[in-house]
Each structure stands twice: as structure tokens, then as C-alpha cells.
Design a protein around this ligand. Structure first.
Ligand SMILES: Cc1ncc(COP(=O)(O)O)c(C=O)c1O
Length: 399
């Protein structure tokens, strides 16, 4: 499906994405349309469970299920034993964050555009332990100020924790530059890559993160209820997971348990096996399409959408950052964004609205109650973008 010049056979991608026949989907950052291959990997397995029994299906599909780890590792430049399947990005992130210990005065360094669930966890841990949250300011382009980050690091800095691509804007944080600062200072680095993996090249070796959390349903086009955690072998082997079960550890003597040595000590025993296979298929497909080619196409589509929106009366683009990705956000003067979204949905055009509940500091600082979010993926076309902008303009005038 990828031509030798790096472009895609979009017609074929669309033909193999059942949802394209039904909706104009600009909500990949909510949950992208899966391919038929991903759908069938999931549903075939669910059928097998129903036909022969869940445990028996897992035994029969063992080799395929084990293939999940190399499929994800390949995408990230990681080793298979550094990957854990976890049911969503938040729990994957939680398993890393809540497994760390904080003492009074320890500092958690984060960014302005941080995701709400992560920030709520900082607040909870700060309340319980006396750790301090330090929000590193943005630079003039709206991404984390790297000099300010360097200045904020002192002997009490325990963790640098940021979101690579925030929920509420096209911003792509300079994750590799942050990693160089974290590694030079010997500070743990947790990267929320929930919106970036599958969208743009993410190489954990180049980024230098200790943990990376990810969800299946967004830019990887996997099933809902799937995700994973990358845990760097060299630094995280000594970190004991906040929760353990009899998959993460073995009860080896009456008063003794023995932890798994690989990243799967962060997993649960029970999981959505059909989802594991679906996410594996989705990851393999992203690797086959080529992540550089995906990134190039998504930027072309998103830049084209920004250019179209910039010409629309009453629309203000709200994306920040030196590098802008596949998530396009904007405000429409005088309009109720939720009503606009609903009006478009009634025409089978899917976009979403990001509110201060998902990223309070960033949107509040910019005086924005919420923004409209249109997020593209490889199955979108220029014709769809024209159609979306025309429909948005008509809705805007109706409201
Ligand atoms: C930056 C970021 N982190 C984490 C999450 C949460 O992901 P999940 O719903 O898979 O837990 C989101 C969801 O929108 C997000 O945008």
C-alpha cells in the first residue's frame, strides 16, 4: 500500500477501512477507524473464544499472542521484553508513575500542556507525599522551554513527565531534546505518547525515556480497551510495580514472591486477548506502511486543513509549537463548539471538542474554554477536507 516514493495507495487504504464507507472521520485523536485486518484479528479471536473456550483459545493462539511484543517493540526501536500490554494509556502511565516513590520536597517536572489524568495524579501524589509539582513554562512557540527545564533541575528533581502530543493541540513536544536533558541530569523520564505513536516516528533509544505509555485506539488504529507500556530495561528493572498479581510475580515460598524480570511485571493476568491481537495487527500494519511515510502524509493533510480553515470567516487556529502534527484545533467565533460538533455528527462528519477538563493549564492560560479538534489519519482525503470545511462553514452560519 506504500509506493516506492513514500506515497500511499489511499483508495486501497480506504477500501480496507470499513468505516470510510459510512463516515467522514476526523477524530483519529479520539479513536481512529481500524482497518479490516485489525477488525478481523480481533473478531476472529473473539469467535474462537466463543467456540472453544477462553483459556483454550489463548493456548491455541499462544504464538500469535506472543507476537504482540516484537510487533510493538519494532515500532518503537525497543526490545520485546521492554513491552507490557495494558488496557489503556492512563493505566499504563499509572503503572509507571505510581510505582515510583516520592519523598517530601522531591520535584516532578512537567509541562503546561499536560493531560488532565496525569496532572490529577501529580496532585494526588503531591498531597500524599509532600512532593512538589513544577510546571516548566512554554517557550515563545508554545512548546516546553528547554532552557527553563534545565534550570528547573536540581538535586530534588525526581521525574520529568510530559505528554509528547497533547490532547488539545497539534503541538509536538521536543521529546528527544527533553530526553537529552533528563539523561544528562540522571532524572527519570516518563513520556505520555498516547497521541504520538502511530502518528510520527517514536524511537525510545533516541528519546531516552525510561517509561512510555500508549493507547491502542488512536494513531495506531487499534481496538478500544488496548494499550501498552514501554519500560526501559536498564533503568526500570529495579522498579517494583505498584500492583502485583500472579502474572507479574510468582508466589515462590509461603512468605516470598518473585517478580518477573521483564516489563510484563507491569501487566495484569487477565486481559482483552482479542484486543492484543487487534493491536498487534494494527502495529504491524503501521510498520508496513512506514511510519515516516505516515508522518509525511498526515502533515500534508493537516497543513492543508489548517490552510483551508485559515481562510474561513470567524475561525482562529489554536495549534502551538514549532512542529505541528495531525491534530488540528481551532475556535469558531461566536459559536457553541459542542453544537457545531453535534451538527456535523448528524451529517456523519466526526470531529471532537477538547475542553479545560482535559488540559486545564494550557487552555485556561490561553483564555480558551474549549477548542474544536479535527484529527486526520491516512484514510482521509483532500476531497474529505473540502467537504468538512464546507459543512463546518454551513453549520457556523446556522448557529
Ligand atoms: C495526552 C493523553 N494522554 C492520555 C490519554 C488517555 O488515554 P486513555 O484514554 O487510553 O487512557 C489521552 C486521551 O485522550 C491523551 O490525549
Amino acid at each position: 500500500m506504500t509506493h516506492s516514493d513514500g506515497t500511499f495507495d489511499v483508495a486501497r487504504i480506504r477500501a480496507e477501512t470499513p468505516g470510510c464507507a459510512h463516515v467522514l472521520h476526523l477524530n483519529a485523536a479520539g479513536s481512529a477507524l481500524p482497518s479490516r485486518r485489525t477488525l478481523e484479528a480481533t473478531t476472529d479471536y473473539l469467535r474462537l473464544e466463543a467456540e472453544i473456550g477462553g483459556y483454550e483459545a489463548a493456548a491455541k493462539a499462544n504464538d500469535a499472542l506472543e507476537g504482540f511484543y516484537p510487533a510493538i517493540a519494532t515500532l518503537l526501536g525497543a526490545a520485546p521484553d521492554e513491552i507490557a500490554f495494558i488496557e489503556n494509556a492512563t493505566r499504563a502511565w499509572d503503572m509507571a508513575f505510581y510505582s515510583l516513590s516520592f519523598a517530601p520536597g522531591d520535584r516532578i517536572l512537567t509541562c503546561v500542556s499536560e493531560y488532565s489524568s496525569n496532572y490529577i495524579s501529580y496532585l494526588q501524589v503531591a498531597k500524599k507525599t509532600g512532593a512538589e509539582i513544577v510546571v516548566v513554562p512554554d517557550d515563545a512557540q508554545g512548546q516546553i522551554d528547554l532552557s527553563a527545564l534545565e534550570r528547573a533541575i536540581d538535586a530534588r528533581a525526581r521525574l520529568i513527565s510530559i505528554s509528547h502530543v497533547p490532547t488539545q493541540s497539534g503541538l509536538v513536544q521536543p521529546a528527544e531534546a527533553v530526553g537529552r536533558i533528563a539523561n544528562a541530569a540522571g532524572v527519570l523520564y516518563l513520556l505520555d505518547a498516547c497521541q504520538s505513536v502511530g502518528q510520527l516516528p517514536v524511537d525510545v533509544g533516541k528519546i531516552g525515556c525510561d517509561f512510555l505509555s500508549m493507547t491502542g485506539r488512536k494513531y495506531l488504529r487499534g481496538p478500544r480497551g488496548t494499550g501498552f507500556l514501554y519500560a526501559r530495561r536498564a533503568t526500570t528493572a529495579a522498579i517494583e510495580p505498584v500492583f502485583l498479581d500472579n502474572h507479574a510475580a510468582k508466589w515462590t515460598d509461603d512468605n516470598v514472591y518473585t517478580l518477573r524480570t521483564d516489563a510484563r511485571r507491569f501487566e495484569n493476568w487477565e486481559r482483552y486477548f482479542g484486543g492484543v491481537l487487534g493491536l498487534k495487527a494494527a502495529a504491524e500494519q503501521a510498520t508496513e506502511l512506514g511510519i515516516d511515510a505516515i508522518w509525511a502524509r498526515l502533515r500534508t493533510l493537516a497543513d492543508g486543513l489548517r490552510a483551508r480553515l485559515a481562510g474561513l470567516k470567524g475561525v482562529t487556529l489554536t495549534d502551538l509549537g514549532a512542529v505541528k502534527g495531525a491534530i488540528v484545533t481551532f475556535a469558531v467565533a461566536g459559536a457553541d463548539h459542542v453544537a457545531l460538533r453535534d451538527g456535523l455528527r448528524a451529517q456523519a462528519i466526526n470531529v471532537s471538542v477538547s475542553t479545560q477538563f482535559s488540559s486545564r493549564l494550557d487552555l485556561k492560560n490561553r483564555g480558551l474554554l474549549n477548542v474544536m479538534r479535527a484529527s486526520v489519519h491516512v484514510y482521509n482525503t483532500e476531497e474529505e477536507l473540502d467537504r468538512f470545511v464546507a459543512a463546518l462553514d454551513a453549520e457556523r452560519q446556522r448557529h
